[in-house]
Design a protein around this ligand. Structure first.
Ligand SMILES: [Cu+2]
Length: 459
């Protein structure tokens, strides 16, 4: 820490000295320029020249990050993919190489350039992760360096959620009911990575990356000691992978990324009980998780007490891109979420309350799939008499009469709570990080027959 601080202090000092030096130099050049106008600047036709440049692509950088060109100059760029994933390089996102496999290269001719511009990799998320290259074009004034391009994308282009909007009549919520673990000790499961337009709030859709076409992905369940044989098939257009937190396997083998059309087998024995997250880990993993590639696998602890109802609620955030487009990685990097949701949809169980009867015993499994926000899971109007988190009971009914108000989870943590409702009525489901309740983290349990208030529930 001290070393880093010291080094950055030195860097700052160096930059300051260099800055002063450059400023003096610029002043000197400006003065010289006034007295000695550039030779040949009067009347001679501009000559188209070609400059050759070599550029390499890696995760996630374009090297060099900047190249200089004269006004009206063409560039012949030899682009080599030195990375482990597919990449391309396109000027302005349109003109450039085809998609290059790892190790492949292509030489492109671009320009002539009249102004400074940028080139980047067009694989979703790669530009935001750093795969851009500035092309600095000397201006007519002959200053030699272009001024930094103004950030044109300061204003968000993301979709906005209307908090008063309601889902369409044919909308069906994500079923929160959790079925018991299937019989047998071997689970052969096929899962598909699918890129699909999904509604995330009334009237708002995103091009989500999903497991099995839904967000959260299929909820898996088993018992300690069960064997899971999961075949992941990539039905998408970009690379994907899967990482089960319920397993102990090598990251570079089972969790490897597969290309569109490929499949892999991910086999593991579930030796530990837990409410585990699973997710796509393909780089940038923040983008793949933040854009929908997450789910849960529940491995029951031994001797789980019987209850009347079991539900699963996965909390996550939305970082909205334009309507119908992918989520915004820049917002994800800034932890600047537009919504916090239960099972993938804004205020989902406010629109469609979860129906139980008073005094029935209810267990809710809660998993915080983030990618970045915590959860303070709370149900207004009840107290949890049982709380289990990250593999162990925190609370069980006994003579001490302990009560729990919140199951607190950091991203990728999970557990369950048990409770009952003492009387008929409505019981809001929230995260008690209350800023997020107004951003979509609101649902309702309905115990018994209830007159629905105007504007809440009603479906
Ligand atoms: Cu993915």
């Amino acid at each position: 820490m001290t070393e880093t601080t010291k080094r950055s202090a030195n860097v700052s000092a160096t930059a300051w000295v260099a800055g002063v030096g450059l400023a003096s130099m610029a002043l000197l050049l400006a003065v010289i320029g006034l007295w000695f106008p550039r030779a040949g600047s009067a009347g001679s036709a501009p000559e188209v020249t070609v400059k050759e440049v070599s550029v390499t692509l890696t995760e996630f950088a374009v090297t060099p990050a900047q190249i200089d060109a004269e006004l009206g100059q063409k560039l012949t760029i030899t682009v080599k993919n030195d990375g482990k994933m597919e990449h391309d390089l396109k000027v302005g996102g349109t003109e450039g190489t085809k998609m290059l496999a790892p190790g492949a290269s292509e030489t492109i001719s671009v320009g002539p350039f009249e102004a400074s511009t940028e080139a980047w990799c067009t694989v979703p998320g790669h530009k935001e992760s750093g795969m851009t290259m500035k092309i600095n074009v000397a201006t007519a004034a002959g200053a030699g360096t272009a001024t930094a391009a103004a950030p044109a994308e300061l204003a968000s282009t993301g979709a906005t959620i209307d908090p008063k909007a309601e889902p369409a009549a044919d909308w069906t919520p994500y079923d929160p009911t959790l079925a018991p673990a299937p019989g047998g000790t071997v689970h052969d499961v096929e899962m598909h990575a699918i890129e699909k337009e999904v509604e995330v709030a009334p009237g708002v859709t995103q091009m989500m990356w999903t497991f099995d076409g839904k967000v959260p992905g299929t909820i898996l369940r088993g018992k300690v000691g069960d064997l899971f044989n999961v075949t992941l098939i990539n039905d998408g257009k970009i690379e994907h992978s899967i990482d089960f937190h319920a397993s102990k396997v090598a990251w570079n083998d089972e969790m490897r990324s597969i290309k569109p059309g490929e499949s892999l087998v991910y086999q593991f024995k579930a030796d530990f009980a837990g409410a585990f997250m699973y997710h796509c880990g393909t780089a940038p993993a923040l983008h793949h998780i933040g854009n929908g590639m997450y789910g849960a696998i529940i491995i029951d602890p031994p001797e789980l007490a019987p209850v009347d109802h079991e539900y699963v609620i996965v909390q996550s955030e939305l970082y909205l891109g334009a309507n119908g487009k992918e989520g915004d990685l820049t917002k994800m990097l800034g932890e600047n979420h537009d919504a916090v949701v239960f099972n993938g949809y804004y205020n989902q169980y406010k629109f469609k309350p979860i129906r139980v009867e008073p005094n029935e015993r209810v267990r809710v499994w809660v998993i915080d799939d983030g990618p970045s926000e915590n959860s303070a899971f709370h149900i207004v109007g009840t107290i949890f008499d049982t709380s289990w988190k990250e593999g162990t009971y925190l609370l069980r009914p006994d003579a001490r009469q302990g009560g729990s108000q919140v199951l607190d989870l950091q991203p990728a943590q999970g557990g369950f709570v048990e409770f009952s409702f003492a009387e008929a009525g409505l019981y809001p489901i929230v995260t008690h990080k209350f800023a997020n309740v107004g951003k979509g983290a609101l649902g309702l349990f309905q115990a018994g027959e209830v007159e629905m208030p105007a504007g809440g529930g009603g479906h």
